[in-house]
Design a protein around this ligand. Structure first.
Ligand SMILES: [Zn+2]
Length: 136
């Protein structure tokens, strides 16, 4: 008999795609401070840590790639606007301490705002090309 039945690989067990939410294998998500913070939150506050290995499956990669690009762009522009605003504020207030604190608060706020569309990076294996994504 063929190997048809062996398609569900055991490697997929415990991996979860962050886009479709299915237990699938794929490119592993990079653990960064946002992921760590979310894990910490789940473990200590909601107590429902599942400790899945987070991945992006092949089928979801184009969708993921789009989301990641728009997230990165959004974050850069949000922070750039916030920094420009903070610098302006500090100049106008002539280095007043209150203005500096306020400026920093704006930068932090804008940064947190950009995290609303948070999309983590993935580990790209150096010898495997990511699936081609057509851009309009
Ligand atoms: Zn998926």
């Amino acid at each position: 008999m063929g190997k048809k039945g062996a398609k569900a690989s055991p490697a997929a067990y415990g991996s979860r795609c962050i886009i479709c939410g299915l237990e699938k294998d794929g490119l592993e998500v990079k653990e960064d401070y946002v992921i760590n913070a979310m894990r910490y939150f789940k473990k200590n506050i909601t107590k429902n840590a599942k400790n899945y290995r987070l991945v992006v499956c092949k089928e979801c990669f184009p969708k993921y790639d789009k989301a990641r690009n728009s997230y990165v762009k959004k974050q850069i522009s949000y922070v750039a606007i916030a920094v420009a605003f903070a610098v302006l504020l500090i100049i106008v207030a002539a280095g007043n301490l209150g203005a500096i604190v306020y400026g920093l608060a704006i930068i932090i706020f804008m940064y947190l705002l950009s995290l609303l569309s948070y999309t983590p990076g993935v580990k790209m294996p150096p010898n495997v090309k990511p699936p081609k994504v057509g851009r309009k």
